[in-house]
Every structure is written in C-alpha cells, then in structure tokens.
Write a protein that binds this ligand. Structure first.
Ligand code: HEC
Ligand code: HEC
Length: 143
C-alpha cells in the first residue's frame, strides 16, 4: 500500500517509528524500497528516472496537443462556428484535457503504474487530434 513506500519504518536512537514526511520515497530508498528489493538503490533510482523521463516527454506532447485543440476551437468560434457544430469537438477536448489532468494530478510521474499512465496519455493525444480534425473540417465547411 501507499505507506509501504511513503511512510517507511525509520530508526533513531534505537527508536522505531513510521516516517510522516510523505515525500518522494527516493529520499528514503533504503527504508522504502530495499526491504523488498534486492537491486541496489542506484539501479532502482535509474529505473524510476527512466519511467519518469518517458512519462514527462509524452505528458509534454499531450499537453501541447490539448492546448492546440483548445486554440482550434477558439479559431472556429472566431469565424462563426455554432455551439451545435462545436458540441462534438468540445466533448473531445474535454476528454483529452481530462486524461492529461488525471496524469498531472496523479503526481507519481508514471512510476505507480507506467503502462496505465502511457495508455492514458495516448488517449489524451488521440482525443485531442480527433478534436482538431473535426474542428478543422467544420471551419473548411463554414468558411
Ligand atoms: C512501490 C512504492 C510506492 C507505492 C506503493 C506508492 N508510491 Fe507514490 N511514489 C513512489 C515513488 C518512487 C514516487 C516518486 C516518483 C518520481 O520521483 O518519479 C512517488 C510519488 C508520489 C507522489 C508525489 C510526491 C512527491 O513529492 O513528488 C504522490 C502524491 C504519491 N506518490 C502518492 C501515492 C499514493 C496516494 C499511493 C497509494 C495509493 C502511493 N503513492 C503508493 C512510490 C510509491
Ligand atoms: C512491499 C514490497 C515492495 C516495496 C516496498 C517496493 N517494491 Fe518495487 N516491486 C515489488 C514487487 C513484488 C515488484 C514486481 C516484481 C516483478 O514483477 O518481478 C516490484 C517491481 C518494481 C519495479 C519494476 C521492475 C523493474 O525492474 O522495472 C520497479 C522499478 C520498482 N519495483 C521500484 C521500487 C521502488 C523505487 C521502491 C521504493 C520507492 C519499491 N519498488 C518498493 C515489491 C516492492
């Protein structure tokens, strides 16, 4: 559970207590991770770093694509697209944004569940692209 990594057992002057620091467990890798893992702290940190780097890169791409989707809807509104026409694109950008928000708010930079985070960011990018495509098609028709 969360406490295994985030509230590990610590020792001070022979006293055993659980950490209430609630911070990045890599600050307490020995207490948080090495009670279960045989790998070295360096190896584990490198794995977490790789997962985090990959997540960060894809999160940036998703964020930029979602922002582009918002801007495309604004451009369509500026040339007179109606609420009715924009209903589907708006639903798509809402979903794209929601997937991105969820990953950003989850806060583990992919570590807690790398596969799920990658899938969620992939969905965000896909929904944002669909929004942009549909909105561009509306603009082409109405211009
Ligand atoms: C297997 C160990 C492990 C478990 C279990 C775990 N976490 Fe984490 N958590 C981590 C690691 C490692 C990071 C830091 C990831 C990084 O730096 O890229 C982290 C980061 C976080 C952060 C961001 C903290 C910060 O200061 O950066 C939050 C919030 C968080 N976890 C909440 C939770 C919650 C809530 C649970 C239980 C539902 C949970 N974690 C279970 C290992 C764990
Ligand atoms: C309660 C026991 C437990 C704790 C505590 C724990 N792990 Fe794990 N961890 C596991 C198990 C079990 C697996 C799955 C092993 C497998 O599939 O071979 C795993 C898998 C992993 C993996 C994926 C396997 C790999 O080599 O890529 C990483 C990375 C990892 N843990 C890092 C950490 C880090 C970092 C911490 C401390 C913040 C931590 N774990 C704390 C039990 C634990």
């Amino acid at each position: 559970t969360c406490v295994d990594c985030h509230m590990p057992y610590m020792r001070e002057n022979g006293q055993k207590y659980t950490s209430h620091w609630m911070t990045n467990p890599l600050k307490t890798t020995e207490e948080s991770c090495l009670k279960c893992h045989d790998e070295s702290a360096e190896t584990l940190k490198a794995r977490v770093q790789t997962i985090g780097d990959n997540t960060f890169k894809l999160q940036r791409i998703a964020g930029k694509t979602v922002a582009q989707a918002h801007k495309t809807i604004k451009a369509a509104m500026d040339v007179g697209a109606t609420d009715e026409q924009l209903e589907e694109p708006r639903q798509l950008v809402r979903e794209a944004q929601w997937y991105w928000d969820w990953v950003a708010a989850e806060n583990g930079m992919g570590f807690h569940n790398p596969d799920k985070i990658m899938r969620t960011l992939g969905l965000s990018i896909d929904k944002a692209h669909q929004c942009i495509e549909k909105t561009n098609a509306i603009m082409k028709g109405s211009l």
